[in-house]
Design a binder for this molecule. Sequence first.
Ligand SMILES: C[S@@+](CC[C@H](N)C(=O)[O-])C[C@H]1O[C@@H](n2cnc3c(N)ncnc32)[C@H](O)[C@@H]1O
Length: 192
Amino acid sequence: MKMKLLKQIYYKIKCDKIIKKHANYKREKYEDRNVLESIIFPYMLAYHNPETVLDIGREGNQKFYNDFFSNRELWTIDLNPKHREFGAKNHVTDDVVNIKKHFKNNYFDFILMNGVFGWGLDDEKKIQTAFDGIYKILKPNGIFILGYNDEIFPFKKINGLNKLKKYKFEPLKNSSFKCINGNHTYDFYIKK
Ligand SMILES: C[S@@+](CC[C@H](N)C(=O)[O-])C[C@H]1O[C@@H](n2cnc3c(N)ncnc32)[C@H](O)[C@@H]1O
């Protein structure tokens, strides 16, 4: 317990330093970037210690997210070939719909998909295939975090999400958290 607390302090300091160095504006408490960078990342690193991480969808402002996961096997994927330069050393240019083709089953400890659902992944059939793939490549006990602005397709109809269990994310005291800006929500899942 004491070890976990020390790790949490260590990663909070590490994440704060990365944010200070790279963030292009000051994040307000509980806005979407603050929640992701200052709450989700430090806790995931300290308490879940993921060895294999996949970040789906990368724009220029998130290139520095590679730093949060230094010394871990970080992968990124983006549909747009021009976004390769924002990705990790291990990067795939493809539609997340094809995610299953690129990775073995039960490969990732942590998968993040922020701002892709509703921002390019909008078609019902594609949504089903993408989330089925995410379910398969996530390890048992692995964590999937979905960040979105609008529920463009009813979640209860998404098979891949239904196979995951809701996960109470301790620092936010819930399995779903609505940020103070842009109707942005993070949902937390675990593969059991
Ligand atoms: C709004 S940005 C979100 C970027 C980042 N995840 C974040 O935290 O803000 C959406 C990104 O997802 C990518 N994208 C959209 N549809 C995609 C798809 N079907 N498969 C893979 N990437 C996709 C876009 O190219 C873009 O880089």
